[in-house]
Design a protein around this ligand. Sequence first.
Ligand SMILES: N[C@@H](CCC(=O)N[C@@H](CS)C(=O)NCC(=O)O)C(=O)O
Length: 216
Amino acid sequence: MLKFYHAPWSRSSSILWLIEELGIDYELVHVDIRAEGGVPEDYRRIQPNKKVPAIEYNGVVVTERPAITIFLADTFPEAGLAPALTDPDRGPYLSMIVYLASVLDPCITMHAKGYTSYESNDHAFGLFDDMVAYLERVLSERPYAAGNRFTAADVQLASSLQFTMNIIGILPKKPVFQEYLDRIGERPAAVRASQKDAEMAAHVPALQEFFAQMNK
Ligand SMILES: N[C@@H](CCC(=O)N[C@@H](CS)C(=O)NCC(=O)O)C(=O)O
């Protein structure tokens, strides 16, 4: 059975959504990344930086969201979430999955920290504005991340847009982004994942403290 190392309300929540889309059995292992004293050292044998997500399947460990996304969608092809190797959508599909982790994610993090004045060539992830313009262009040209149908790349793209634009407010609110999120809509798997996340979050001591402070 698939083992899924997860912490609620984190980058691994997008993988929880993907696993729910696949409709497979899995064992969820909660890694409390917010625990006092940090994540136990022995988790490093699964994830070298003690981060989530990670998965273990048939004795094989896979880490990093793009690798996990590609691995799972290919391993469970009956869900129809991965374009075949010969499908022309395969290139845009792979590119988008990797782009989100290697370009969007660091651009957003740097922007949030106020690190905005650098040249494109200074960093492999390039400029924030170029990233925004690229995603705007892609979503003006096609309805989904890789073409005309929903794929595993959309789980990553929709999760990233929702979090960075509507939750932390770093990505500019472009109409094309919101139209895309509306097009994806409330997929049953996404609703299930978000309910599971909320139930888990309710038992995380650091999050309980956070909400207690907020409600004061
Ligand atoms: N490059 C990793 C990053 C994952 C990541 O940043 N996870 C965060 C949660 S959002 C984490 O586990 N942080 C715990 C820590 O660094 O101790 C991926 O994309 O899979």
